[in-house]
Design a protein around this ligand. Structure first.
Ligand code: ADP
Length: 282
């Protein structure tokens, strides 16, 4: 491993240790999830936002991005959050992944507030319950594809051999078995996003949060990556939340929620405010 890459690896690790910084307890809340029934093909609520508010900045110049965001994700659903750039999609996903803290409101995983988790439980939530996919993949360019994918397992203390063997399996699953040793920086945009998908899923999370996963790709690659996400969602029984401004992709999800003035609302596939089917803001 090149020296520069080792330094980058050390810089990257704290992301996985971030959970250790926060304090938690496991406060159960009254569950309002419904069980499986004939009318609904999905399971119980697995991840939920209740009354999320997020304000950035100081008092006089504050920017209220989320005012009262409520969302229930049920097991097995693939949900799209569709809104124009700047509406607060990333903010919402970061709060749901416990990468940031809300100004008020709470996120619940399996009916337990993640705010009240102990450090170890929060680290567990981040590393195993939720996989996060960024628009700009955040790969380490000097590392091989396999090393990038293996990192979440290395960060949680698994052996190098096991982590790399798992990474090879995942790279095969995303169609990159012939790119295992390529440096991430030498891969195409679509290939890099496939590596990022493998890295997000190698910890076998229950929920996948994807922030504009096709935003940087051309149309053909965007569809290929979205279809891969759909296949993995089904095969691994994931619950997925995909932030996008691409209505055509969103229409392939189980349901769509819009984000307007800091509030989430159910949308029919034909009335997504401010957007055109091609995915551009109008
Ligand atoms: P989207 O993902 O829909 O493009 P974001 O959640 O990234 O929207 O951002 C929503 C708004 O919040 C934007 O106006 C952005 O400039 C602002 N914002 C995001 N993060 C911060 C931050 N850390 N500090 C201040 N403002 C921020």
């Amino acid at each position: 491993m090149p020296e520069g890459a080792q330094i980058t690896f050390r810089l990257w690790l704290p992301f996985y240790d971030e959970g250790a910084r926060r304090n938690l307890g496991n406060a159960a809340v009254p569950g309002d999830s419904k069980g499986m029934d004939g009318a609904n093909q999905f399971g119980q609520t697995i991840l939920e936002a209740r009354g999320l508010k997020k304000t950035y900045g100081a008092r006089e110049k504050n920017l209220e991005v989320l005012t009262d965001a409520n969302l229930q994700l049920r097991e097995g659903e693939m949900v799209a959050v569709v809104a124009p750039s700047g509406a607060g999609k990333s903010t919402l996903l970061h709060l749901l992944a416990a990468l940031d803290t809300p100004t008020s409101g709470n996120v619940y995983f399996e009916n337990k507030s993640i705010e009240s988790n102990q450090d170890a439980a929060l680290a567990h939530f981040r590393n195993r319950a939720v996989g996060f996919l960024w628009q700009r993949h955040q790969l380490l360019p000097d590392f091989s594809a396999a090393e990038n994918v293996a990192m979440p397992l290395l960060a949680r203390g698994e052996s190098h051999a096991n982590a790399l063997s798992e990474a090879h399996k995942w790279l095969k699953e995303v169609g990159l078995e012939d790119r295992l040793e390529h440096r991430a920086g030498e891969l195409s945009g679509g290939e890099q996003q496939r590596v990022a998908i493998a890295r997000a899923l190698i910890t076998a999370p229950r929920v996948l949060l994807a922030d504009e996963p096709t935003g940087d790709l051309d149309e053909q690659n965007a569809w290929a990556v979205f279809e891969l996400l759909q296949r993995l969602h089904r095969n691994h029984r994931l619950t997925s939340l995909i932030a996008t401004h691409n209505v055509a992709l969103a229409q392939r999800c189980d349901r769509i929620v819009g984000l307007e003035h800091g509030v989430l609302q159910s949308r029919s596939t034909h009335t997504v405010a401010g957007l055109t089917p091609g995915g551009e803001t109008s």
